[in-house]
Structure formats: C-alpha cells, structure tokens
Design a protein around this ligand. Structure first.
Ligand SMILES: NC(=O)c1ccc[n+]([C@@H]2O[C@H](COP(=O)([O-])OP(=O)(O)OC[C@H]3O[C@@H](n4cnc5c(N)ncnc54)[C@H](OP(=O)(O)O)[C@@H]3O)[C@@H](O)[C@H]2O)c1
Length: 266
C-alpha cells in the first residue's frame, strides 16, 4: 500500500503505540483521522503532526458505544479513509478466576468486538476505494496465550482469526480493487498499557520489550509491503509458531513460570 497520500483512520491514536504510529504515518505522507476518547490529547497530537500536504483530523469516540462507531463511520466517509488501523486496546493482568466479569467483558469488547464492529461499519466504503487496507493490531499473546492474560489472549487470538477469515473472504483475482487485511502481533511495548505489575513480571521472566517507535516502524513497514501477517520480535516469533504446532511443549515450558505469574498477579 502506497502511504504517501493514503488516508488513514487510526484508533487508539492517543496511546503509546498510537502516537508513534501517527508520527511514522505522517512522516510517510499519509493524512490521518485520529481517534481516541480524550479530546485534549487528540488536539495536542494533531498540532504536533500538522505539516504540509497532509490533512490531520480528530474524532473523540468510545469504540464500545455503537452510536460512536456509527458517527465515526460517517466521518470516515467524509475523510475518504482508505486505510483502517484497529489499534485501540486495553489489558487487564490478573488470574481469570479473580477478575470480575465486567472487567473480562471490557477486555473482550474493546480488543475484539469493537474493532470488528468498526471494520463492519467501514467495509462498504473501503470496498468502494481503488485500493484499501485494514490493519489489525494483535499481540504475541494471540498466538502464545499466557497465564494471567486469559481474556486478552482470547481477544487477540480472535483478532488473528478475524483477520485471516476476512482476508480469505475479501480475496480478489484482480490485484487492483483489493482490500489487504494485515495482522501484526507486537511483543511487549514500553507503554502505559502495561501496569507496574506487568512490567515487573516481564522483567522477572526476562521478556524483552520494544519502544513504541520501533514497533510502529515495523507495523508501517508491514502495511507498506502488504505483508499479511507479522509477528514482531525473536524469540517470541519462534515460540508463537511452536505453540501452533506443538502446544504441549509450550504447556511444559510455561508450567514452571506459573508461580511467578501468580505472585505478580496478586
Ligand atoms: N503495550 C504493549 O505491551 C502491547 C503489546 C502487544 C500489543 N499491544 C497492542 O497495541 C495496541 C496499542 O496499545 P498501547 O500499548 O499503545 O496502549 P495504550 O498506550 O494504553 O493506548 C491505548 C489506546 O486505546 C484507546 N482506547 C482504549 N479503549 C478505548 C475505547 N473504548 N474507545 C476508544 N479508544 C480506546 C486509548 O484511548 P484513550 O486515550 O481514550 O484512553 C488509547 O489511545 C493495543 O491493541 C494493544 O493490545 C500492546
């Protein structure tokens, strides 16, 4: 997908990864419709990104509210969006049995149902563009489900399955007129999504994390290259693959780490 001149709707634009993505996309010459819930943060971001030859617009919306999604779809039509990046997300680190259902449902809604609803609302207009792309931001945990992150892992695995099914559904013989469906699974990123407990867990387990800028660079490269699926980081990529072909091996490898997860989840 050619980014110079692309018109991108970016959700979660006010977050750590979102801001880095917005900057990288603007530098590549894309116009941006930035979405988050916090009007002030959106306005500050738009001022930082304003530059010649590109349009920067903002819209405050709660993606868990169907009325907000409908409003966003209308605005996307006016903005002539041809790239949708489903980046907004939340996490909740705790043992499954100790979380209340409201919290678990929020994780599922925000990370899976909301991006599916937004994609559904935008699909007719994306199909009317000469070329379009949908980028779904997943997680290593979508392919390597982790104790302490049951709802988040389930939602991100859902995003991966949704991306694959939609890509297969939208497949066209002609290369032009195509909608690319791209799924990118980052490993840990240094943003405020991760609470001090998650950061302490990652440190004790020796899990590496990327800067938002490094993750954004790789996501933008995947979009530019039209790469269908990208898992960021090594050895995370290897373990995610191994979990697909031999999950019992990963069960065994994670068993000794459970005590550490339980200690930090408390
Ligand atoms: N950080 C990591 O370690 C990591 C690793 C792998 C994947 N990811 C994925 O990367 C994406 C971005 O995460 P991040 O690290 O940048 O998180 P972050 O800094 O916490 O930002 C999250 C963003 O999502 C928005 N958001 C949350 N709930 C929303 C809702 N109901 N409606 C509209 N916007 C909502 C937030 O907007 P407000 O400003 O309105 O709150 C914020 O802009 C997520 O999909 C996450 O799962 C992150």
């Amino acid at each position: 997908m050619r980014l110079n001149g692309a018109r991108v709707l970016l959700t979660g634009a006010t977050g750590g990864l979102g801001q880095a993505l917005a900057k990288a996309l603007a530098e590549a010459g894309a116009s941006l419709l930035l979405v988050g819930r916090d009007r002030k943060k959106l306005a500050a971001l738009a001022i930082n990104l304003a530059g010649e030859g590109r349009a920067i617009a903002t819209l405050a919306a709660d993606l868990n509210q169907p009325a907000d999604v409908a409003r966003l779809a209308e605005e996307a039509g006016r903005f002539q969006v041809d790239v949708l990046i489903n980046n907004a997300g939340i996490n909740a680190f705790s043992l499954f049995g100790q979380q209340d259902w409201g919290c678990l449902a929020d994780v599922l809604e925000t990370n899976l149902a909301a991006p599916m609803r937004l994609t559904h609302a935008l699909l007719p207009q994306l199909q009317s563009r000469e070329r379009a792309a949908i980028v779904n931001i997943g997680s290593t945990f979508g392919s390597l489900p982790f104790p302490g992150f049951a709802a988040y892992s389930a939602a991100k695995a859902g995003m991966k399955g949704f991306s694959q099914a939609l890509r297969r559904e939208l497949w066209q013989e002609r290369a032009d007129g195509r909608i690319e469906v791209i799924y990118v699974a980052p490993r840990a990123i240094a943003t405020s999504l991760n609470t001090p407990a998650v950061n302490a867990l990652n440190a004790e387990l020796g899990s590496k994390s990327d800067s938002p800028e490094a993750a954004a660079r790789q996501i933008v490269a995947a979009l530019a290259a039209g790469r269908a699926e990208t898992c960021l980081g090594f050895p995370e990529r290897l373990f995610a693959w191994l979990n697909g072909v031999a999950p019992a091996l990963i069960d065994r490898a994670l068993r000794p780490k459970l005590a550490v997860v339980k200690r930090h989840a408390r």
